[in-house]
Design a binder for this molecule. Sequence first.
Ligand code: GDP
Length: 300
Amino acid sequence: FARLREGLSKSSRRLVDGISGLFVKRRLDAATLEELEDLLITADLGVETAAKLTANLAREKFDKEVTGDEVRAAFAADIAEILAPVAVPLEPREVPNKPFVVLMVGVNGSGKTTTIGKLARQWTGAGKKVVLAAGDTFRAAAIEQLRVWGERTGCPVIEKPHGSDAAALAYDALVEARARGADVLLVDTAGRLQNKAALMDELAKVIRVLKKQEPDAPHATVLVLDGTVGQNAHQQVKAFREMVDVTGLIVTKLDGSARGGIVVALAQSQGLPVHAVGVGEGADDLRPFEPRAFARSLMG
Ligand code: GDP
């Protein structure tokens, strides 16, 4: 968790320093509470969360002397409580008709393909047979990249030439995964959010053809979000929830200049499960989402 801690504390330094700067033993008054609320909003935690955290603090400590450390500890405890209900790992279930099908969605560059590779590593490590489907048929580089992840993790990659129909690929991939007795099929998809209508059609068609073979598929639809995009994440979640039935989130790049506060805002506003977080580009850089550790890292 060092990398998550380092990444988050780097990005939340302004928040942490801001809170500490407000208190060199000082009474908690209305003006200070307002400043705290602004700091939390600036750190992407969202208006609702900021109001809740400061209201809780006021209830306990108004007009009392407090230190920055105490405030940060109080906030971290409240944040962990907000995050606890959404921290749900993604476990491929045993389904009557194997494989468990996971549709991975998200905008280009969010870390979708990399996350597929990381999940493939994790699940093959747990003894599962995993097949990958190169469903972003629009970009030759995406197919190539998934092929590399297939080699790295020892998982077969089902692909078609660049430009092929994504739904046809998904259909074939499920047939092939079944034929191979796979436990899990991870389906990559295109992420051209700038052409939303076309993407929506494509994803709908992919889901339709999967359901033709397996009415319960996809068993999970995971939205991959780049943790460095800040407020923009809200639009991405909204756009994808309009297109598909998103069942959970994975937030990537929390090792870098990520603004982890956004995860708290999303937990509060969307209530979607957060399955895991990405903390690097390597195959083993996916971590379970742990509310207390995350909250503590966020508060320095
Ligand atoms: P896609 O277009 O959504 O499939 O995104 P990619 O999987 O190609 O990832 C885009 C870039 O982000 C690549 O350079 C990845 O190596 C990088 N990346 C993905 N996840 C992480 C992460 O958790 N941390 C860091 N630092 N980089 C990541």
